[in-house]
Design a protein around this ligand. Structure first.
Ligand code: CMC
Length: 395
């Protein structure tokens, strides 16, 4: 009887050990926490922020309203929105030291690297008193959200031996970004396109950069550290770096009639087509792509670039037929940014500028109910190796 009990418990222990050491490659399908921020429904192709459909938000709201929604869990009243927008606009300017830092970065650093470095440097301009409450975090989140477009555009101008363009407090967040980039006020349609693109990128569950930010904040490191981590994670081609590469591909293809030959050869070579496929939306289109496609249509019409719309559409149709892969958020964002005359090198920084409300909201959510994020790894390396003293080692 006792032996039987013993065997059962060994079996149980072995089963528990097997389960504990089961590897989930790429964390695919693993749920690691809870969020009240964005609901990503990969089966039906739906995305909501705080329960509100993003398509509806993009149609009826602004980026600023969306930030408010993410941080305070409610859409603002007209008065709250006016106060919040003014507070955000007030924080856009950078300290002279940050401008100097951007001017002396060595070797024409990539704008994403400059952005990450400047955000990290912003930590030095504040004293961290260790307070991780919502009120304290929102202040930092507001400063970061306000300053990211200023850092990005200032660095771009410095790289081109130009003066940076100070923010215009009378413009909304998206319009001000375009203004600081081009030195002229965007049209209403351009501001709207930028605003919609930013709004649609504001949050997206536990994507890689958000998860990275949550891991950092789970150690109770400050928001600057978490956002520095997130920017580094976003920069890779499989994440935020895809929008620029999607545009480079569209430019390389040139016109809709050349799309089939290009894709056939690229896919035959085993290339990944940037802007397609998604870890969560596996069999449906990314819900953000519908709104973005409509926005691209309007912009192409206004800029008399229907050829670009047809090219993007041809690539999307071919990818659906050939690979059953659908556009993700990066695909239609790319030609939108291109028509807004955003330089290709700034495409991924634009993703960061857009995602900062989500990153910061997710960090605040992590602080509010924190548990150190610390997974396991299964060791598969050598075991029981003899130690060789230094004088007996041979190359
Ligand atoms: N082009 C060609 N084949 C693809 C693509 C693509 N864009 N995406 C997936 N596949 C194939 C992949 O080769 C694999 O085929 P097989 O099973 O024959 O090896 C299969 O589809 C499954 O791919 P996976 O890599 O296992 O899927 P994943 O969930 O690990 O990767 C992804 C998701 C987004 C990294 C991937 O679709 C990809 O590399 N896309 C291109 C880069 C891109 O657009 N990234 C932006 C992602 S959305 C916004 C964001 O989060 O930044």
């Amino acid at each position: 009887m006792s032996t039987q009990l013993y065997v059962t418990s060994v079996e149980e222990m072995q089963a528990a050990k097997r389960q504990a050491t089961q590897v989930h490659d790429g964390l695919k399908g693993v749920t690691v926490g809870e969020t009240r921020l964005s609901q990503v429904d990969g089966e039906h192709g739906k995305l909501c922020y705080r329960g509100i459909d993003v398509g509806t938000l993009a149609e009826k709201s602004t980026f600023e309203e969306t930030i408010y929604l993410l941080w305070w869990d409610a859409l603002p009243t007209a008065e709250q929105l006016a106060t919040f927008s003014a507070e955000l606009a007030e924080r856009r300017a950078l300290a002279p030291d940050i401008h100097r830092l951007l001017q002396v970065l060595p070797g024409a650093a990539e704008p994403m690297d400059a952005l990450r470095t400047a955000v990290s440097a912003l930590t030095c301009t504040v004293d961290d008193d260790g307070d991780r409450c919502h009120e304290a975090s929102v202040k930092t989140a507001m400063a970061l959200t306000a300053k990211l477009p200023t850092i990005t555009t200032a660095y771009y101008h410095y790289l081109n031996d130009e003066e940076s363009i100070p923010p215009d407090p009378t413009l909304g967040h998206a319009a001000n970004f375009l203004y600081m980039l081009h030195g002229e006020r965007p049209t209403e349609m351009e501001s709207c396109a930028m605003d919609v693109a930013m709004l649609l990128m504001a949050d997206h569950g536990f994507n890689a950069s958000t998860f990275a930010a949550r891991v950092t904040s789970s150690t109770l490191a400050d928001l600057y550290a978490a956002i520095t981590t997130a920017i580094g994670t976003l920069s890779g081609p499989l994440h935020g770096g895809a929008n620029r590469r999607a545009m480079e591909m569209l430019l390389a293809i040139g016109s809709a009639d050349k799309a089939e030959a290009y894709l056939t050869s690229a896919l035959a070579e085993g290339q990944r087509i940037m802007g397609f496929g998604h870890r969560v939306y596996r069999h449906v289109a990314d819900p953000r792509s519908h709104t973005l496609r409509r926005m691209l249509y309007k912009l192409c019409e206004q800029h008399q670039r229907m050829d670009l719309y047809e090219l993007a559409g041809a690539v999307a149709d071919l990818m659906a037929t050939k690979k059953s892969l659908y556009p993700n958020v990066d695909f239609y964002t790319a030609p939108i940014l291109y028509l807004l005359r955003v330089p290709l090198t700034l495409f991924t920084p634009v993703f960061a500028i857009s995602r900062i409300p989500g990153w910061t909201a997710q960090v605040m959510e992590q602080y509010a109910n924190n548990r150190l994020l610390r997974p396991l790894a299964r060791y598969v390396g050598a075991e029981h190796r003899a130690y060789i003293p230094l004088d007996r080692r041979r190359a």
